[in-house]
Design a binder for this molecule. Structure first.
Ligand SMILES: C[S@@+](CC[C@H](N)C(=O)[O-])C[C@H]1O[C@@H](n2cnc3c(N)ncnc32)[C@H](O)[C@@H]1O
Length: 229
């Protein structure tokens, strides 16, 4: 089964994804950091791109709190249907779109890009398209937030790489979700992302991944990046 149909199944019968309408907590810390350091003036007039937006909780937050124009993209039609149902907002456009395909956007047209635990499901080739497209559309003074799966200190992830190898380096085929995911060591993440963007800050945090009524400890990178232009 493809990653796309596995995600659609997940949205039809959610076992892993949050049912919460609240924005992701680590993403809120990034927003706080942007405000504190005055990196961007978060207000109407800015444009944001939420890659793998899911049910749109983070897109909605940016639009509702700051009046930002947001494009929320996800390749799951079920996710987009839920996003439109639960997080409709006049400043947000939700679209069914694959983030591993060229973005239909002008160069230097986006102020803020979010990738909240989405691109870890891309394969190597897809990740190159996604990264070069993010770098291309991000404005010279633009910022990007990436929350992704960490390798260090995550026994569950390391076991899955051994037991259910996904075919490429540091990947596993998630036994329940059915999605192939990449985990990143800090140095690997930096080397890869710095080909396209500047990594300004990176911190590892422990979180919990749910499966039905159980939850598993997982480690995540929170990376704050900016354009190199
Ligand atoms: C863990 S969920 C996170 C959803 C959302 N970012 C949030 O924080 O609520 C990952 C999302 O990435 C989407 N996704 C994975 N690969 C994708 C791709 N190639 N193109 C578009 N969306 C993708 C999935 O459909 C899923 O909705």
């Amino acid at each position: 089964m493809s990653n796309q149909s596995s995600w659609n199944d997940e949205y039809q019968k959610p076992q892993l994804i949050t049912q919460s309408h609240k924005p992701q907590k680590d993403f809120l810390r990034f927003i706080k950091w942007i405000k504190k350091n005055k990196h961007l003036d978060l207000s109407a007039g800015l444009t944001a791109l939420d890659l793998g937006c899911g049910v749109g909780r983070n897109s909605y937050y940016l639009a509702d709190h700051y009046g930002i124009e947001v494009m929320g993209w996800d390749f799951s039609s079920d996710a987009i249907a839920k996003a439109i149902k639960f997080h409709r907002h006049e400043n947000v456009t939700f679209q069914e779109r694959n983030i591993a395909k060229p973005f239909p956007l002008e160069d230097d047209s986006v102020d803020l890009i979010l990738d909240v635990t989405s691109s870890n499901a891309l394969n190597e080739k897809e990740r190159q398209v996604y990264l070069s497209e993010c770098a291309r559309v991000l404005k010279p003074d633009g910022y990007m937030y990436v929350r992704t799966l960490a390798k260090e200190g995550d026994k569950n992830a390391q076991n899955m790489v051994k037991e259910f190898p996904g075919g490429e380096y540091d990947t596993y085929h998630h036994p329940q979700l059915g999605v192939t995911e990449r985990i990143f060591s800090g140095p690997d993440f930096k080397v890869l992302y710095e080909q396209y963007l500047e990594v300004v800050r990176m911190e590892r945090k422990t979180g919990y991944q749910r499966w039905g009524s159980q939850s598993y400890k997982r480690n995540y990178w929170n990376a704050y990046l900016k354009s190199k232009k």
